[in-house]
Design a binder for this molecule. Structure first.
Ligand code: SAH
Length: 244
């Protein structure tokens, strides 16, 4: 998987890409992350990437020419990428969209700054706008990192344990069950007995029920779309869940 990030702050990505799972994936060649400095596509002495908005008002707008030239250059290289603009107006990122993105071979992630980018760039050069949530950040760099991190976990070989992305919260439409590790008792706070029982059928059922209970308590909206067995439905009804 290849990510090309278009940004006025390429060094923003230096340290996050040098840590943990992403670093390993880059080292092993499963992932390639490159930055394109938008200022390299300016032609004036001040390397200007923004200008005042037509029609007046506060703030600055990112100019179309450097964005267009940078993205055209990137589109000229194989494999053909999908061009994504980070934008609070975009489709809100969730695990389903992450899964969809993980099927692409190459993504160009364009990071806005200031008030955003000239609309003509969006209209003519961008395939999709993505938001990471209903709040406003100062730039698209953090959202781009969020996408890279979420998508790269789904690339085969990136995680040490291939089963774990499938068990994560959301991947089955539910929030995840609680985890415990040694010691079995800390300050008298005990690990649930069932987890020490060695009975894997019982443990699986307990985990499933915890997932259902936590999802019902915190995100009942998710239950409407989750894949539930008859046993799950009975359990949830016992907790007071009303499917309508
Ligand atoms: N004036 C804009 C906000 C601009 S914030 C508005 O009201 O919609 C500057 C840049 O930060 C945006 O162009 C975008 O690239 C990025 N950004 C801010 N919040 C974001 C979010 N929730 N998701 C994705 N990108 C975001």
């Amino acid at each position: 998987m290849i990510f090309d990030i278009v940004t006025i702050f390429p060094s923003f990505f230096d340290s996050p890409l040098k840590e943990g799972v992403i670093h390993k994936a880059i080292e092993s060649g499963l992932l390639e992350v490159r930055t394109t400095n938008l200022r390299d596509y300016t032609h004036d002495r001040h390397r200007t990437t923004d200008d005042r908005p037509y029609g007046g008002g506060e703030g600055m707008v990112m100019k179309i020419e450097p964005l267009y030239e940078a993205v055209e250059d990137l589109k000229g290289m194989p494999p053909a990428p999908k061009v994504i603009l980070m934008s609070p107006r975009g489709r809100v990122l969730n695990q389903r969209l992450v899964e969809q993105l993980a099927r692409e071979r190459r993504l160009v992630l364009v990071c806005g700054r200031y008030e955003g980018v000239d609309e003509r760039f969006i209209e003519h050069c961008v395939d999709m706008e993505i938001s990471i949530g209903d709040y406003i950040l100062s730039g698209g760099e953090t959202p781009a990192l969020v996408i890279i991190e979420a998508v790269s976990r789904l690339i085969p070989g990136v995680l040490g344990c291939p089963a774990s992305p499938r068990r994560d919260s959301f991947s089955n439409g539910l929030l995840e069950y609680p985890h415990y590790t040694r010691p079995a008792s800390f300050k008298g706070w005990k690990v649930p007995d069932v987890l020490l029982s060695g009975d894997h059928r019982k443990i699986d059922r307990w985990r499933r029920e915890q997932s259902l209970r936590i999802t019902l308590e915190r995100r009942p909206d998710l239950l409407k779309k989750a894949l539930l067995s008859q046993e799950d439905i009975e359990y949830l009804k016992g907790l007071g869940w009303n499917p309508e």
